[in-house]
Design a protein around this ligand. Sequence first.
Ligand SMILES: Cc1cc2nc3c(=O)[nH]c(=O)nc-3n(C[C@H](O)[C@H](O)[C@H](O)COP(=O)(O)O)c2cc1C
Length: 114
Amino acid sequence: MVCIEEAKKELHENTRPELKKYLDSIADYDNIFVCGPCWWGTFPCAIFSQLEKLDWNGKKVMPLMTHEGSGLGSCERDLKKICQGASFGKGLAVHGADAGRSESSVASWAKSQA
Ligand SMILES: Cc1cc2nc3c(=O)[nH]c(=O)nc-3n(C[C@H](O)[C@H](O)[C@H](O)COP(=O)(O)O)c2cc1C
């Protein structure tokens, strides 16, 4: 319950939680899959803490979101604001309860996007 309320506060205040470690560069990659859970309709603010530090020019971005009913929520819109200069592929929503048996469907989606 504490986690759920903290996550809601972070989102409302547009917080960028400090991470212990950041990825410095995605220069070696063309296709970037941004994967995480749906928290209050979008990715956790901590994911945005990382994404905002990267150069997205010329990259192709695809979101994968686990959820309990909201699907991709507003994550595609939110990524488009943050990943300036990127193009976007098709996102994939995976129901949390099905995540453990989603490997083949996730793999075929990933291959179709890259
Ligand atoms: C803080 C918090 C907020 C959440 N908000 C949503 C939501 O808005 N919509 C939704 O479908 N699921 C929501 N969920 C459920 C998570 O998306 C789901 O538990 C997750 O995708 C499955 O991954 P997990 O097993 O790591 O929790 C929320 C979960 C948490 C902890």
